[in-house]
Ligand binder design. Structure first.
Ligand SMILES: [Mn+2]
Length: 358
């Protein structure tokens, strides 16, 4: 099954047993859904990413291969960069159906079960949370710390790279038990999307030997690291390409080059036809500049508020600076949102506060 236990095993001794426990739950659940003519909803977290969508859609395909009706309850529309996965037929938007609350029907079938991936609580699911909470029993597969790990229906493994990696192990065991090929090319690509996303293309420290073995098996099943990587990391709209360059070109340096500052007014987004994704990578890139300890980017949001993003390289505590402007976060990555002040005016204030701390 999957990976033999050996001296490069970084996971706890029981993870394949956990995968088998969950596989049996899902096989059992799929049988009941089919028997009753009901449909299951699988819930990703809000602000969807490659892992929650990948694990949810991969799992939906696995359940469908077992004969059950399964859909992914999306908290928002699918981001354009994930359309390459070809998963529209798997997605369901309960908040878009006024009658759903009183008469929960999914594609003609009564809504009969709720599962969560990459999260474990309704509060993380945005507008979909209340539909998850309609049931008391949930099957949950997650790699975030959670309070309720002793529940037999829950598998939380924080040392795993991604929820997609865990769902892949479950799917593998389902194949062994049932003899049905449940991981088709599309499911393989979905799981790959999740693993590639959460490991930063296999560069973060959560990338384990097991992760690479899992990715290798998925590749052999037809998943393309190249497609996933291009679509989720490299692909860019013209306007976003340009605004990223503009934000970098106008970066100013203070405190002997230790502080890097740039700001992006709303007009610039309009001028280039860019969206917020266009400047996503800028502040981290500023932090990586030789000699820079603190990087800050301020941009005007659509509603006129100003969003500040802070990153530091080693010793500067960004969260303390962010707190002075009503925000927070981690020591090396923080943010804040301020209303009722001009962009340059706020930039001066933040810079002044930063200069006192650096
Ligand atoms: Mn994840």
């Amino acid at each position: 099954m999957g990976i033999e236990k050996n001296n490069v095993n970084n996971y706890n001794d029981n993870y394949l047993a956990d995968a088998e426990r969950m596989a049996r739950h899902f096989i059992d659940a799929a049988g009941k859904l089919e028997e009753k003519g009901e449909a299951a909803l699988i819930f990703p977290h809000r602000s969807v990413d490659g892992d929650c969508v990948g694990s949810a859609c991969g799992l939906a395909l696995v359940l469908r291969a077992l004969g059950a009706a399964a859909y992914v309850a999306m908290p928002e529309k699918l981001p354009e960069d994930m359309s390459f996965l070809g998963i529209d037929d798997l997605l369901f938007f309960p908040w878009d159906i006024p009658s759903f609350e009183n008469e929960p029907v999914v594609d003609g079938k009564p809504y009969g079960a709720a599962y969560a991936v990459d999260c474990s609580e309704g509060s993380r699911m945005g507008d979909c949370g209340k539909y998850f909470d309609m049931f008391e029993d949930h099957l949950i597969v997650d790699h975030h710390q959670s309070v309720d790990t002793r529940n037999d229906h829950i598998w939380v493994m924080p040392e795993a790279s991604s929820a997609s990696e865990l769902c892949f192990y479950i799917a593998q065991v389902i194949e062994e038990i049932t003899g049905i090929d449940v991981i088709d090319q599309r499911a393989a690509e979905c799981f790959m999307a999740g693993i590639v996303t959460d490991t930063g293309r296999f560069t973060y420290t959560n990338t384990k030997p097991e992760t690479l073995v899992a990715a290798g098996i998925l590749m052999a099943r037809g998943a393309s690291i190249n497609d996933v990587s291009y679509n989720l990391f490299d692909r860019v709209k013209v306007g976003n390409y340009k605004i990223s360059a503009a934000a970098r070109l106008t970066t100013k340096f203070f405190a002997d080059g230790k502080i890097a500052v740039t700001f992006v007014p709303r007009e610039l987004f309009d001028e280039y036809g860019a969206d917020a994704q266009g400047v996503d990578d800028v502040v981290a890139a500023m932090r990586d500049i030789d000699g820079v300890e603190l990087a800050m980017m301020l941009r005007t949001l659509e509603n006129g508020s100003i969003r500040g993003n802070l990153r530091s390289k080693s010793y500067f505590d960004c969260s303390q600076l962010a707190a002075q402007f009503g925000g927070g976060g981690h020591a090396k990555a923080s943010g804040f949102t301020v209303t009722g002040i001009g962009l340059t005016e706020l930039a001066d204030e933040v810079l002044e506060a930063a200069l006192k701390m650096i």
